[in-house]
Write a protein that binds this ligand. Structure first.
Ligand code: SF4
Ligand code: SF4
Ligand code: SF4
Length: 161
């Protein structure tokens, strides 16, 4: 890829998607891999294959995921529909950070709530007794399922573009 072009894609994404919980497709190791390989193809098969209906095309035709709607099950369907081979099925994760806001979290404010823990199949959310959850970054896949179930929107995925 042309040197001047490198970083262009990432810049567009950064400018256009400061929205909460918008991220890259799963299985992409980093933004550079995605930038250099996704050809924004005609078929858009990755979008239609997703049973969770979380993949959308932004106005530049770039496929992204919206974790406000649901989470990623890592079902591999988007990966298998892609006719390029840059997505790595061994990477069952989304290239992003996850943040739990302790100011708004009910459990950090003496109200019992286990909604995020209950839905987390990776068991990445650890409670200190009955309260004060934290997310274990090394276990969390950034699947996003805990976002929608939180009654006070305390969990956020921040993509690393
Ligand atoms: S792995 Fe499956 S659930 Fe996740 S974004 Fe791809 S098609 Fe959707
Ligand atoms: S994003 Fe992380 S903490 Fe939330 S449900 Fe998925 S694995 Fe668990
Ligand atoms: S679901 Fe939200 S409010 Fe409840 S414990 Fe988890 S982060 Fe806190």
């Amino acid at each position: 890829m042309n040197r001047n072009r490198r970083g262009f894609f990432a810049k567009i994404l950064q400018q256009k998607h400061n929205d909460r919980n918008i991220a890259m497709l799963p299985y992409a190791e980093n933004i550079e891999i995605f930038e250099q390989n996704c050809i924004k193809c005609e078929t858009k098969d990755c979008v239609s294959m997703c049973d969770e209906n979380i993949i959308f095309l932004d106005k530049n035709g770039i496929p992204l995921i919206d974790l406000n709607k649901s989470g990623c099950t890592f079902c591999d369907k988007c990966l298998l529909s892609c006719n390029k081979d840059f997505l790595d099925s061994n990477l069952k994760s989304i290239f992003a950070d996850i943040v739990l806001d302790t100011n708004s979290c009910l459990s950090h404010n003496q109200t019992m709530c286990f909604s995020c823990k209950d839905i987390c199949t990776a068991n990445a959310i650890k409670f200190n007794g009955l309260f004060n959850p934290t997310i274990e970054e090394s276990i969390c896949t950034k699947c996003g399922f805990c976002i929608k179930v939180c009654p006070v929107a305390s969990i956020e995925i921040r993509s690393k573009w």
